[in-house]
Write a protein that binds this ligand. Structure first.
Ligand code: PBG
Length: 326
């Protein structure tokens, strides 16, 4: 006698309508944030070699790019600035006419509806490439806080809608929340790079942002990839200090951390699908070894399924057509 199972999961996989009816994870353009690099002193755009499709942009080219991104239905961008002058304290990061400040003003003038989030860090602006103040060959936490707060305030004064501190200094969210409160910007949200691991997946980004550390590494401030409990403490701490969104980064190597954060916390969870993850997909795709677009969709879906409410991804622009806004 032939065995005829009653229980058949294949019934609901028969056609696209059934599959979509039971789909547990839906991507929306509203989930996505597109990172963009703006550089001082260049003509228009310069390719970032390890990140095909990604460029360093002048302020004018940035406005064009942002218009295109906005027209595609992407509602928010994350901005990184590359100054033409770097020093040990990253002073170009909080100049009122700095590259990021000029970029924000120009974007707000031309595309006021686009949500502007700014990365708040020192590494793009310091000659040593570290995310904080170097003192006795170490990174001084509390002196860095003062600068990070100043940078965040200058972004907000220029018109940023949200700030995203990424330096992994203890107390960075609190220091920024404090200065914003004192400056009557208490309504500005903070997206903390809360659980940010020390990761070689940031390599291509450091080419794009010209921010490689000139000595040592970032392991004395970014998290050890081996730790998950510590990520929960970092996230809790950022929430205590007034973060509105908490982030796990990189995304793909830390889906377990994203998932646990989603289960434990009620705050929105962001995940950063970082430069190295993007570069791997692009490199294999350009060789014809994988279907880049399908793989990118699969990756973004898995990040969302793991628990991320918001996904920061260099794939956002190329995937916009495949993802609807709902
Ligand atoms: C700045 C910063 C980094 C990234 C985002 N903000 C680099 C780093 O910490 O070295 C990485 C993003 C990416 O790899 O796409 N501190």
């Amino acid at each position: 006698m032939e065995y005829r199972p009653d229980f058949r999961l294949r019934r609901m996989r028969k056609n696209p309508i059934l599959r979509s009816m039971v789909s547990e994870t839906r991507l929306s353009l509203n989930d996505l944030i597109y990172p963009i690099f703006v550089k001082e002193g260049i003509d228009s755009r310069e390719e970032v070699r390890p990140m095909p499709g990604i460029h360093q942009l002048s302020v004018d080219a940035l406005v064009e790019e942002a218009k295109e991104v906005h027209q595609l239905g992407i509602t928010a961008i994350l901005l990184f600035g590359i100054p033409d002058y770097k020093d040990s304290l990253g002073t170009a990061a909080y100049k009122s006419d700095g590259v990021i400040q000029m970029a924000i003003q120009s974007l707000k003038k031309h595309i006021p509806e686009l949500m502007l989030i700014t990365d708040v860090c020192l590494c793009d602006y310091t000659d040593h490439g570290h995310c904080g103040v170097v003192l006795d060959n170490g990174i001084d936490n509390d002196r860095s806080l003062e600068l990070l707060a100043r940078i965040a305030l200058s972004h907000v004064e220029s018109g940023a809608d949200m700030v995203a501190p990424s330096a992994m200094m203890d107390g960075q969210v609190g220091a920024i929340r404090n200065i914003l409160n004192q400056s009557r910007f208490s309504e500005i949200p903070i997206m903390g790079y809360s659980a940010k691991y020390a990761s070689s997946f940031y390599g291509p980004f450091r080419v794009a942002a010209e921010s490689s550390p000139q000595f040592g590494d970032r392991k004395s401030y970014q998290m050890d990839i081996a730790n998950r409990n510590q990520a929960m403490i970092e996230i809790q701490q950022d929430i205590n200090e007034g973060a509105d969104i908490v982030m796990v980064k990189p995304a793909l190597a830390n889906l377990d951390v994203i998932h646990e954060a989603k289960v434990r916390f009620s705050h929105p969870i962001a995940a950063y699908n970082v430069s190295g993850e993007y570069a791997m997909v692009k490199a294999a795709s350009e060789n014809g070894w994988i279907d880049g677009e399908e793989i990118a969709l699969e990756i973004i879906t898995s990040i969302k399924r793991s628990g991320a409410d918001i996904i920061i991804s260099y794939h956002a622009k190329e995937l916009a057509g495949a993802i609807s806004s709902s």
